[in-house]
Design a protein around this ligand. Sequence first.
Ligand code: PYC
Length: 433
Amino acid sequence: MLRGPGTLGAANRGRAPYPARYSAFGLLRRGVMAEDWPAAWRPQPLKKSYDVVIIGGGVHGLAAAYYLAVNHGITDVAVLDKGYLGSGGSGRNTAILRSNYLTPEGVRFYDRSLTLYQRLATDLDFNVMFSRRGHLTLAHNDSSLRTMRWRAEVNKVEGVDSEVIDPAEIKRLAPPLDLSQDARYPILGALWHPPGGIIRHDAVVWGYARGAASRGVHLHQETEVTGIDVTNGRVTGVRTGKADIAAGVVLNATAGWCSLIADMAGVRLPVQTFPLQAAVTEPVRPFLRTVIVSGSLHVYISQTDRGELVFGASVDPFTSYSMRGSLEFIENVATHVLELMPSLGKMRLLRQWSGLCDMTPDFSPIMGHTPVEGFLVDVGWGTYGFKAGPVSGEAMAQCIADGKPPEIISAFGLARFAEGDLVGEKGAAAVGH
Ligand code: PYC
């Protein structure tokens, strides 16, 4: 099944050039000629064998496939997804981008991702609607302010633009915020991160899918992996609901089910999976430019280019694979949004949804090789996965091509949990967990 641009112009298959170059002129010509766009990617037969099989058709898996092809010329690659592309965390996150992390390793890593995101529309010839809005993390108490000063200093040392600002500056940047000192949780200051912003998350998925497919990568939707074959400590292929596939390299780029997939290869991951809910309102005129985060109130708010407000919270307080929304989440998120912006009392919620977050003990990902030769992981993203899509794809592609992890992910190996060499990134979480 293809949803999204993969279905566009199905009637034109075989006629129009593939993939079409997107341009203002092309848009005009097709409008005038009433011509449909060709499919952004085409279904391919499931081969019996590939050099590389990537499990997970979200931004991480697709970006890895794209950079394997573009940076390393490796194109005998299949991306498998049990649903449709982007149907997991990539289509369920709140599309916030930032690099104001706490550890030097985290700051460098997420900053590379932000750099790639900023030029992604040009690289992919696909409008991913990156919008640099600035990112404000509010402090309601002294300990939050202290952590923000710490983050600002680490950010500056790593060349990332972040600073702690006072309430007057916050009011200037985000006028709808209640900055009165008699608010229930007065705002004492904020970490201001000008490069942060939002993007259209589905477009990122579609852009990478189109870019990878046009270079020969096969995208197989509704192809669930049911087993991973390992012989003498080496991966030899995967089993799917459709057929078995031989492969010398298998990358687990799943979110929500990463520990279950790793388990199929006999690799145990220190990961617990929690639901994370989000909600969106009806669209209103643009009034909020910055992304607002309050860790103490467990809420983040941004306004999309279409005018909707997107709200998110911390993960649900129990492990589960269920993706149901709850009334409790809506009550809490609405309460905290109104504490921050009382003027929103009349806005109506449009819908809510949920995704799954694979949390690691140190809130940093697990990337690179595993004890099973040829079986690699790009997992354990907690609530940070979407922000890391491009850099993860780039790094995992390099890891596969070179046979060793590049420097930028060297701190995120699985062995760190046994060695006690953690990369504590909890202090950079948007909300408490
Ligand atoms: O870390 O900025 C963040 C975030 C926002 C939503 C989930 N995580």
